[in-house]
Design a protein around this ligand. Structure first.
Ligand SMILES: [Zn+2]
Ligand SMILES: [Zn+2]
Length: 341
């Protein structure tokens, strides 16, 4: 069994496994249209995941070859991984927001060496110790996973309806988790009559029990100082204003009362920012701040790759505090040091 679920109103979900990942699975949504089913996200590129997707579509009474379009919430490999295979099997188009398509294009053309050099320089500037940065320099010749994601055929334009005959699915741009993350608003009455405005496919933007990772929009070609956490908080408010009757997220499970979930996420980030400000009464680098922040386990037990993610999360919070005028960079500091204002 592929763990498919009929959510009513011509929408089903398939639980596609993510190998070796505590998240467990991606919920791939199958939306019926007048021209055959469309998918929202596709799952991780892995043989077991592919088999589950194929089996799940059969359970939904259709087949991969019938898919007419693939709508991607964001470029991450647990969402976009199998898109290329689905397109190959069906001739379906793949649609993505242009900011994430730019990342896909870069990933496909980038020399792994350039990426490692960029990350090593970034981590050094963030105050990472030499023993952390050294393996990146040594890894230069290795290939990165997910290096060849499928290039989308269509652009998801914010505010516009997706080209799904017989359905009203509107793209809502929700940057933060990635620069081109979109939620997809199904502007149709809830099949069970729940109060609210239709249903929202929320990707990783709003999940029922976990807070999505908000890091930096890493781009070796662009030195713009972005504020992903600020983008994320704005995008959350956009979701609350939509007031959907139900949220269909890409992980975990469907839920109602979007408003309280958004409030909880806003409160979580506010209290985290306040906590960080207290730590910044002494000047700290992003690395030192990450070491002192609260994670799901002590810093010493956080594996290597997750430390990089933790540091980018620390940096996104630092940028927000700077933007709010609550912290500043100590002038001339190298590595870059921040202090509360
Ligand atoms: Zn993601
Ligand atoms: Zn995800």
């Amino acid at each position: 069994m592929a763990g498919t679920q009929d959510l009513g109103g011509g929408v089903r979900s398939v639980r596609v496994p993510i190998p070796d990942n505590p998240l467990g699975h991606t919920l791939v949504y199958v939306v019926d249209t007048d021209r055959g089913p469309a998918l929202i996200d596709t799952g991780w590129d892995d043989p077991a995941a592919w088999d589950t997707l194929v089996e799940g579509l059969a359970e939904c009474g259709t087949a991969v070859g019938e898919i007419h379009g693939v709508v991607i919430t964001h470029h991450h490999p647990d969402h976009h991984g199998l898109s290329g295979k689905v397109r190959e099997a069906s001739g379906a188009w793949i649609a993505m927001h242009e900011a994430d398509t730019a990342i896909v294009r870069r990933t496909r053309s980038a020399e792994p060496e350039r990426w490692f050099t960029y990350m090593a320089a970034k981590l050094t500037a963030a105050g990472a110790p030499e023993e952390h940065v050294a393996p990146l320099r040594a890894a230069r010749r290795r290939n990165l996973p997910g290096l060849n994601p499928a290039l989308p055929d269509r652009e998801i334009v914010p505010g516009e309806l997706l080209p799904l005959p017989g359905r009203r699915l509107r793209a809502i741009w929700t940057p933060g988790h990635t620069p081109g993350h979109v939620c997809l608003h199904l502007e149709e009455a809830h099949p069970a009559g729940l109060p609210g405005n239709g249903r929202l496919f929320s990707g990783d933007h709003v999940l029922p029990e976990i807070t999505p990772h908000i890091g930096l929009y890493e781009d070796p070609d662009d030195a713009t100082v972005t504020d992903p956490l600020g983008d994320y908080l704005d995008s959350l408010e956009r979701v609350a204003r939509l007031a959907p009757a139900e949220i269909l997220p890409a992980h975990q499970h469907a839920f109602t009362d979007a408003g309280s979930r958004v409030d909880a996420l806003l409160a979580h980030h506010e209290s985290r920012l306040t906590g960080l400000l207290a730590l910044l009464s002494t000047p700290l680098t992003a690395w030192q701040l990450a070491e002192r922040m609260e994670w799901n386990r002590p810093w010493e037990q956080i594996p290597y790759g997750s430390r990089n993610i933790a540091v980018s999360e620390a940096e996104s919070h630092l940028r927000r505090l700077v933007k709010l005028g609550r912290a500043e960079v100590v002038s001339g500091s190298d590595p870059v040091t921040y202090v509360a204002v």
